[in-house]
Design a protein around this ligand. Structure first.
Ligand code: NAD
Ligand code: MN
Length: 355
């Protein structure tokens, strides 16, 4: 029997509420499609772990999760207990970097039944991927402060872009565009204002495009691109962006489809030298944590992406279909989607809808 070893890390806040629903649906899919999931759960990469151990991860974390087939992650962060830059840099950002998960794949899709905040849009009108560079760019630890604490204080943080780093994310995005019916790619830039790194990004896009003559492409500055997400979301098919731009676009995109509570993501190492990590786009939502009303769809859909990555493509597609079947029913939707269900009711409904 096909068996996959999954490292499960619920993390903080609603991560602990939605991960069990993700697992419920994954295990239902395993039964239905005839494979096994071997689950190992870990309590690190959470703020409670930090308060006990004064660090986010144990020394041997790479050995403990590095040989799993994939990582199923909830969310990390609890700003009242631990500053965000410590909790995030000490866990998730370490995973992304050390496991070279340079491609952050984030689908944006208007799902049936969810009230769309954009007027006149129906399912099918919004259906694209944001591909976010996940290991370099604006999220660098190079920089510092001069004269700290004085009125002359200067703080500097560098953006790092490498040819290898840009080319490999562009290749991933062009290959994805090539597989999609519209074969179109959009690049997010800001070469009019960020005058060194972004013009370089643009030249690498032009160069990479030559290897994909069947893919059409365009580019927009990030400011007007954000506007087009709202005004003309049907324009997009695959949007490739640097680390920061991709982060922003992948909250904006799902917000345009009604709620960030459904948005999934894969942090992927395409070479499969390390495990890839699947998690919702959203965070730990301290404002609603503990009330049992968090939307589990992003976590469940992330599980579908994980199965797809593991080669269980039929099971992955079946989970997405089950989500699409359940969402039109108001009593099965959580409050962020205008419904009345709680987290467990919504999760069970999706598990039951698997066919
Ligand atoms: P957030 O995504 O946690 O919450 C933003 C808003 O969306 C909140 O009002 C929240 O209630 C709502 N929301 C989010 N997910 C939801 C869901 N599944 N169902 C219903 N409503 C949902 O972002 P934030 O408030 O900026 O950050 C809170 C914490 O999470 C911080 O510590 C932050 O650093 C962390 N964070 C972690 C990740 C991650 O683990 N990948 C991502 C983003 C933020
Ligand atoms: Mn984000």
């Amino acid at each position: 029997e096909r068996t996959y070893r999954i490292a499960v890390i619920p993390g903080d806040g609603i991560g602990r509420e939605v991960v069990p629903e993700g697992l419920r649906v994954l295990e239902a899919a395993a039964r239905k499609f005839g494979f096994r999931l071997h689950l190992d759960e870990f309590d690190f990469a959470s703020c409670d772990y930090y308060l006990k151990h004064n660090k986010m991860l144990p020394e041997d974390w790479k050995e403990r999760i590095g040989s799993h087939d994939a990582i199923f992650f909830g969310a990390v962060g609890w700003p009242e207990k631990v500053p965000d830059h410590i909790s995030l840099w000490g866990s998730l950002i370490q995973f992304r970097r050390e496991f070279d998960q340079y491609a952050n794949l984030r689908p944006v899709r208007l799902m049936p039944g969810i009230p769309c905040p954009l007027a006149g849009r129906a399912p099918g009108d919004i259906d694209f991927f944001v591909v976010r560079e996940n290991t370099e760019g604006e999220y660098s630890s190079i920089g510092g402060s001069i004269f700290p604490g004085t009125h002359r204080e200067v703080v500097i943080q560098e953006t790092i872009m490498t040819r290898i780093g840009i080319d490999r994310i562009l290749k991933f995005a062009f290959e994805l565009a090539q597989k999609r019916p519209r074969k179109h790619l959009t690049s997010a830039t800001k070469s009019n204002g960020i005058s060194i790194t972004m013009p370089y990004w643009d030249t690498r896009v032009e160069e990479m495009a030559k290897s994909f003559p069947d893919v059409t492409w365009d580019k927009y500055h990030i400011d007007i691109l954000a506007a087009h997400f709202v005004l003309n979301p049907d324009r997009f098919n695959v949007v490739v962006a640097s680390n920061l731009f991709g982060d922003i676009l992948s909250d904006l995109g799902p917000a345009c489809t009604g709620t960030i509570g459904i948005a999934p993501s894969g942090n992927i190492n395409p070479e499969r030298l390390f495990p890839s990590l699947f998690e919702p786009v959203h965070g730990s939502a301290p404002d609603i944590a503990g009330r049992g009303i968090a939307n589990p769809v992003a976590q469940i859909w992330s599980g579908a992406m994980m199965l797809d990555h593991l080669g269980e493509t039929e099971a992955g597609a079946a989970i997405v279909r089950a989500i699409e079947q359940v969402l039109p029913h108001k009593q099965l939707r959580t409050p962020d989607m205008g419904g009345t269900a709680n987290t467990v009711t919504a999760g069970k409904a999706i598990a039951d809808a698997l066919t």
